[in-house]
Design a protein around this ligand. Structure first.
Ligand SMILES: *Cc1c(COP(=O)(O)O)cnc(C)c1O
Length: 443
């Protein structure tokens, strides 16, 4: 069993995270429960920041808040000197409510609404990452209405394909995101942006995919973006001050996943920027990255209670937990793999292969197919590792299941950062129209 961060097994044979016995956490907060190892989150953030400091380049490490957006997480990002990416009014609101400095907020998205843009303009955020020609004109007009000039990056697709699952690659030409470099759209976007009075064009952004284990994709992207920058300088006399190479740095979910140390990715990127721009006698730009998964992913563990089991002799044994695709849709969406342990007997070797099912009315609601566990029994606690990114963030109320609480653990202390939804939260936005009330009253 692979233990991430501060996770360990204590003298009682229980899984412990951040110095907290997870069986105690289950008693106190109930299950399902998202547990986040705060020390590991901070460590990952520092790995990025330190590696960039070492490079000598100007930089921003923008936490992609979509991976796990809560006010407490925004507070940690702020304390760790990160910037913040947001993609919606909800993520922006979360950041602002948490007191995150607006100047370090970057707004992404391929369909920002006028209301969202106005909200971001009023907040004086640091940068808009513009995705398309319609947004370019809209942002310029809305900024003009407010008498503001705003910083922009243009999202480009450099034509680099990350070695990853189809659904999460975005750097290839056939993408809903960004201006294509190869067909000239990116060049025209620079030309247009440079002529818009209310936009300050800082540079370009590229994000080639997610859960990437190699450095070559980032090096290629840096090379293509540099080539584009030189072309733009020579043809349009426009110089980029910022190059943003996005996120996508991989983490270890299961055995066989081989991410590189964060410093290795950063060094590859900063070296590629230095050499590509240096060779072209181009003033070294500021480099921005946007890690999401690699900041919070391996710091998260989801704790469930096993409620039932079903043995189909010769076929498979299922165990069912008190959550599922509602708190972790990734296995159903992407066939993502996870590892788990019986948390109240974490010292016992795995001796049985079972499939971990959720409690939703979907046959596809399976969290782990063929999971090796130590004889799981009803009432046991199951800890699924590496659920910090894109779990809580993607959680739903399907089957009207309540979203779990989130606790941050550190040095033996646990703090609630998101409360479990109540049954009243579930019906909180429901409305019964008057005419339906009359019908039922008439009976
Ligand atoms: C999703 C996303 C990220 C973060 O990706 P991770 O794989 O979580 O690091 C960064 N930038 C953009 C534009 C994204 O869409």
């Amino acid at each position: 069993m692979y233990l991430h961060g501060t996770s360990s097994i204590n003298a009682q044979g229980h899984l412990e995270i951040g110095g907290c016995d997870v069986t105690d956490l289950a008693k106190q907060y109930g299950t399902p429960l998202y547990i986040v190892d705060e020390t590991l989150v901070r460590q990952r953030a520092r790995e990025y920041v330190e590696a960039f400091r070492t490079s000598g380049l100007k930089f921003q490490v923008a936490y992609a808040s979509k991976a796990f957006s809560t006010m407490a997480m925004c507070a940690i990002a702020e304390q760790e000197d990160m910037s913040l990416d947001v993609v919606s009014d909800g993520e922006l609101y979360t950041a602002l409510k948490a007191g995150f400095p607006a100047a370090r907020i970057h707004f992404h998205g391929n369909n920002k609404t006028p209301d969202e843009i106005n909200m971001a303009l009023d907040a004086n955020i640091g940068c808009f990452v513009v995705d398309n020609f319609i947004e370019l004109q809209l942002l310029n007009a809305l900024a003009g209405d407010k008498g503001k000039k705003v910083n922009v990056l243009l999202r480009v697709t450099p034509g680099v394909e990350a070695h990853t699952h189809d659904y999460i690659s975005t750097g290839q030409q056939d993408s809903k995101f960004g201006f294509d470099v190869s067909n000239g759209a990116a060049f025209r976007a620079v030309q247009e942006a440079a002529g818009l009075a209310n936009l300050e064009l800082l540079g370009v952004h590229s994000h080639i995919g997610s859960q990437i284990f190699e450095v070559d994709g980032f090096q290629m992207a840096a090379g293509k973006v540099a080539q584009f920058a030189v072309n733009v300088r020579d043809e349009l006399n426009v110089t980029f001050r910022v190059i943003n190479l996005g996120g996508g740095f991989g983490i270890r979910y299961v055995e066989g996943d081989t991410p590189l140390p964060i410093a290795t990715y950063v060094k590859a990127i900063t070296d590629a920027i230095k050499s590509n721009f240096g060779e072209a006698n181009y003033p070294l730009p500021e480099i921005w990255v946007e890690p999401g998964r690699s900041i919070v992913g391996d710091a998260g563990t989801t704790l469930y209670t096993i409620g039932t089991s079903k043995d189909i002799p010769g076929v498979r044994k299922y165990i069912a937990v008190d959550g599922g695709m509602t708190d972790n849709p990734r296995p159903a969406l992407y066939e993502s793999k996870y590892e788990a342990v019986i948390a109240n007997r974490a010292n016992q070797a795995a001796d049985e292969t079972v499939t971990v099912a959720g409690k939703c009315c979907e046959s596809g609601d399976k969290l782990i197919i063929d999971c090796e566990l130590s004889k799981p029994e009803v009432g046991d606690l199951l800890a699924v590792f590496c659920t910090g990114a894109y779990n809580y963030a993607m959680a739903s109320n399907y089957n009207r299941i309540r979203r779990p609480s989130v606790v941050f653990v550190k040095d033996g202390q646990a703090d609630l950062v998101v409360k479990r939804e109540s049954l009243d939260d579930i019906v909180g936005n429901d409305v019964i129209p008057e005419r339906m009330k009359r019908t039922s009253a008439a009976k």
